[in-house]
Every structure is written in structure tokens, then in C-alpha cells.
Design a binder for this molecule. Structure first.
Ligand SMILES: [Fe+2]
Ligand SMILES: [Fe+2]
Length: 190
């Protein structure tokens, strides 16, 4: 199990300071949610630190990193740095830290989601959406919900993201819709 501080020290030099600050906020908030919802807080913390590291690469390097770690991506992701960074970050995390698969998946799924979507994935998705540095109004509600119901908080976050895109006539990734449906359809929500 890698030590939180030593990973922070190693990653601080690999990212611009704003991205590092965001990543650390995500890590801290994700670890808090992990304690509440029965997920390993140490691994989710490291996943949080890594989740946007791929943003430091250009699209070609992102593709190369994902391919070399066999992290799959689709055509829509291949064309877009803002989507592809999730696959690249998952590849870097897997290569450096050898984490359990569920945490690689959490980094992989933090941007557009996936179905099924387990607790590790839900925590990182919610933490990225609602970390304390985020100021949009919907964060408050998602944060409140996440204290008691992780599943519902993830549903609120994905629904908000999809509404945001639809109101601007932007494409919605098929996996985001699949995540939304998965969360609605899963029996025994809560
Ligand atoms: Fe991201
Ligand atoms: Fe992020």
C-alpha cells in the first residue's frame, strides 16, 4: 500500500499547481466518503491524486499510455482530450501503483461513467463533481446526499452533468446514459 504523503510528493512535480490542488481535494473528499460507505480510504485517496494526471499529456500520449496498459477507449474518447484523460490517468495509476482493479476502474470512469458502476467508481465520480473547491450550486445538494446515500448522490451528479450538456446541445457519451439508467434500475437503491 503506497503511502499518501510520498505519492503526493511524487505527483506534485508532475502537475500544474491548480490541477494538483484539485486532485488533492478530490482525494481528501473521496477518502471521507470511503470511510462513510465502506471503501478502502487509502486506495481511493491515491486514486484521487491520480485521477486527472492524464491531463498533463497531449492526446497522442494519452492514447499511447492507455494502449500500453490495455485500458480500452472508444472513438468518441479518442478524439477528445477532455474525455480521453480518464483512460490515460487510469493507465498511469495502474502502471505506477498496481492498485486493485476496482480503483483503476474508478479513475477510468470518473468522467463519463460506466455501467455497472461500483462504490469505488461512485465515490470518485461524486468526489470529482462535488469536491470543496467546486462552487456551482448543485454541489451542495450532491454533498448533502452523499453523506447518507452514495447511490443517489451519483444519480444526482450524472443527471446534472447530462442536463448541463443537453441544454447546450452537446453530445452525451453513451456510457453516461448507461450509468444513469443503471442507477435508476438497480433494485434496493440506497
Ligand atoms: Fe477528470
Ligand atoms: Fe478532476
Amino acid at each position: 500500500m503506497p503511502d499518501r504523503k510520498s505519492v503526493e510528493v511524487a505527483l506534485r512535480d508532475r502537475m500544474p499547481s491548480r490541477l494538483f490542488d484539485h486532485s488533492r481535494q478530490v482525494a481528501k473528499y473521496a477518502a471521507h466518503l470511503a470511510e462513510l460507505h465502506g471503501v478502502d480510504p487509502d486506495w481511493i485517496y491515491i486514486a484521487g491524486l491520480y485521477h486527472d494526471l492524464g491531463k498533463t499529456m497531449d492526446v497522442d500520449a494519452m492514447r499511447g499510455a492507455a494502449e500500453s496498459e490495455r485500458i480500452a477507449f472508444d472513438d468518441m474518447e479518442a478524439r477528445s482530450a477532455s474525455l480521453l484523460h480518464a483512460a490515460a490517468s487510469a493507465a498511469l495509476f495502474q502502471k505506477d501503483m498496481k492498485p486493485p482493479d476496482s480503483f483503476v476502474k474508478a479513475v477510468r470512469g470518473h468522467t463519463v461513467g460506466a455501467a455497472p458502476f461500483g462504490p469505488e467508481e461512485q465515490i470518485l465520480y461524486v468526489a470529482d463533481f462535488a469536491e470543496p473547491g467546486r462552487s456551482y450550486e448543485e454541489c451542495e445538494s450532491v454533498r448533502r446526499t452523499a453523506e447518507r446515500d452514495l447511490h443517489l448522490a451519483t444519480l444526482e451528479a450524472v443527471a446534472f452533468k447530462m442536463r448541463f450538456l443537453m441544454l447546450r446541445n452537446k453530445t452525451i457519451h453513451a456510457r453516461s446514459l448507461a450509468l444513469y439508467n443503471f442507477l435508476l434500475e438497480r433494485p434496493g437503491r440506497g
